[in-house]
Design a protein around this ligand. Structure first.
Ligand code: SF4
Length: 328
């Protein structure tokens, strides 16, 4: 088993397979997009397979595919099948925006994906277009229906944004009455690719919860899993449930079990750090895995205690990354 310098078990990797996305959500990237990485800078499927095999041998058992949008990368499903065959990988999950996903739902099941996080900030078609700057709502909902038909465990990720989708919070809660999904409301984070920073956040997890309580006073707390990032609740008579994620307030760092690998192979031991290890270069310059294993262990021994400490390591650099390059 892998532990960091704070005694936290690390068993979960979030793997960004691309920095590209087919939506332009304004909280994630500028309208004109970001400067995408050239293909030669991305980890190849062979390199990803080698890396996950190594990580699995060290104690990582859970993999989440993220992007950008994973399905924008050519032959993404081939990679999923390959990773599913690696010894030690016991769980595979996917985060997708759902635009291109529907035709692959059966393949995802066959490959062994256990749950899917679908990014849906609103159930209103026009607001969806305004937030994502693309008219893809119908494709996303088609994916949602298909995932539920195929008995996938589905979580809806909804970023809560002042002046943008506050009116969508309650309809999303109501959606869980007739659909067996978990809707997770996420505090907005400072990664929009434009360097904007939110020193103060109005719609904190507490405020989101208070807002929901005004319409659903019978909200009942569920027991959260040990490394859960969301505070979870159930409502009597609803098939699904809801959760609130304090992504900006960072209240769940004490049990953080996750690392991130960006599409170009940079290790992030915290969402808020600047990247702590260039895995790609180590993979490309070493036929043996040993130097990379040592470098990874070193990085795990120097993890920041929490997202605030990690953010200090980027002081002066500003916050200009896009969530699309970080992998969510
Ligand atoms: S902010 Fe960093 S340490 Fe805290 S839960 Fe997120 S990734 Fe883990």
């Amino acid at each position: 088993m892998l532990f960091d310098n704070h005694g936290r078990k690390i068993d979960y990797v979030r793997l960004a397979v691309t920095d590209r996305c087919n939506l332009r959500c304004f909280y994630c990237m500028p309208e004109q997009g970001i400067n995408y990485l050239p293909k030669k800078d991305l980890l190849t499927f062979e390199e990803i397979e080698r890396l996950i095999t190594l990580l699995a041998s060290m104690g990582i058992s859970k993999v989440r595919f993220t992007g950008g949008e994973p399905f924008v990368r050519k032959d993404f499903m081939d990679l999923v099948f390959r990773i599913g065959k690696i010894e030690g990988v016991r769980e595979m999950h996917l985060t997708t925006n759902g635009v291109l996903t529907a035709p692959y739902v059966q393949d995802l099941k066959a490959a062994g994906i256990q749950s899917i996080n679908l990014s849906v900030d609103t159930l209103d078609r026009e607001r969806f277009k305004m937030i994502t700057r693309r008219d893809e709502f119908d494709h996303v909902m088609k994916t949602m229906d298909s995932l539920l038909e195929h008995d996938f465990k589905v979580k809806i990720n909804a970023v809560v944004m002042e002046d943008k989708n506050i009116e969508d919070i309650l309809p999303l809660v109501e959606y869980t009455k007739s659909h067996p999904v978990s809707v997770r409301f996420i505090e907005e984070m400072p990664f929009n690719g434009e360097g904007s920073h939110y020193p103060k956040l109005t719609w904190t997890y507490k405020k989101i919860l208070e807002h929901i309580l005004t319409a659903y006073p019978n909200l009942r707390k569920l027991q959260d899993e040990p490394s859960s990032t969301s505070y979870n609740y159930t409502i009597e008579g609803h098939q699904g449930n809801i959760g609130v994620i304090a992504a900006f307030s960072r209240t769940f760092c004490g049990t953080c079990n996750r690392i991130r690998i960006t599409a170009q192979g940079t290790l992030k031991t915290c969402l808020y750090d600047r990247g702590v290890l260039n895995i790609r270069d180590l993979l490309r310059s070493n036929p043996s895995d040993l130097p990379l294993r040592h470098a990874l262990l070193d990085a795990f021994r120097q993890r920041p205690k929490n997202g605030f400490e990690a953010e200090l390591t980027r002081a002066g650099a500003g916050v200009s990354e896009s969530m699309s390059t970080i992998g969510g």
